[in-house]
Design a protein around this ligand. Sequence first.
Ligand code: HEC
Ligand code: HEC
Length: 323
Amino acid sequence: MRAVGFCAVLAGLAAVPLLAAATGPGAVAEAWSVPDIATLPDDAWGRTVRHGRDLVVHTADLIGPKVAVKSRRHARNNLGNNLDCQSCHIDGGTRQFGLPLVGAFAGYPGYRAREGAVGTIEDRVNGCMTRSMNGRPLPVAGPEMIAIVAYIRFLSTGRPIGSPTTGQGAGRMPELARAADPVRGRAVYAAQCAICHGGHGEGRAATDRRAGYAMPPLWGRDSFNDGAGMARLTNAANFIRNNMPDGTTWQTPYLNEADAWDVAAYVEAQPRPHMLHLARDFPDRREKPVDTAYGPYADNFAAAQHKYGPFAPIRAAAGVIKP
Ligand code: HEC
Ligand code: HEC
């Protein structure tokens, strides 16, 4: 995720000055190429990968809560909200620092601190099913899971285990020395976000007769729950900085860093569904990321500081490098 140099293509763009690593997105990635799904033949594999892509892009419309109402045949409806995977995994999971799924296949099975165990790619997808989608796990051998994993594997073509994939996650801009401020963030939200996400974070329904949203909700009943990755300030702030307003990329950030941290704090301060048994996460508390908004903690810092920062003192007190 850190600066790794420039590829000629990016260096050629005036929008990417060399200062970017220090003052820009806080993360610099080499340009990458994403395999072209259109080149896949219309055989069983090609159809499965395309179905997986469709499930990531139109999740709510294909397997969301409203589908169950429309047709009882969709017995496997396990989503708890009407988000799409693509609400967060931008462009079907192909965008650098837009929580890409490119390269993700090689990371599993792998140790996951949240579970304190080695988990599979299916476990990871189900992590987003139960948290980001506020639902229940997909059956591991069911057609939806097979298709989603096939798509992730396809997106990871040519990215073997251990090969660094730059541009993963949401980026990592410098942190603020102060706590992120939801009150300042509220003004940023009103000026930059409400036009799409609504005055109450409620989003806007799709207009193309599909279930789901044209603009996803950021809080409230139909949003991600408090155990989701996006419920961590660092993920949200970097995601917003590098991807919002919609159309923004890490090469063309729109908000300044303080505004991104503060508006993320405002979003995280709003009500959202609660996930049960969060205290079981990170069974080794020393591995809990500093910005996990729920306890128990290995330290005595207030929950509010874990939620809004500043995080440096927490890391310093732990005396270890923590995420
Ligand atoms: C509300 C936003 C959001 C939604 C919706 C969402 N995810 Fe995620 N997802 C995240 C975040 C944030 C992470 C990284 C979390 C972390 O590691 O802290 C992530 C991580 C992942 C990963 C691991 C990627 C890697 O590089 O290891 C996979 C796989 C994944 N999500 C699949 C899905 C699928 C499939 C769906 C739809 C069923 C989905 N996600 C819906 C936010 C979301
Ligand atoms: C032009 C419309 C637009 C604006 C303005 C905009 N967004 Fe978004 N936002 C979207 C869309 C559309 C998505 C879904 C991802 C996609 O399709 O690219 C999204 C996704 C998100 C997500 C992840 C999905 C979710 O439901 O949580 C967050 C968080 C978010 N936006 C925050 C913000 C914040 C904060 C601002 C203001 C700084 C903002 N957005 C401004 C359109 C917009």
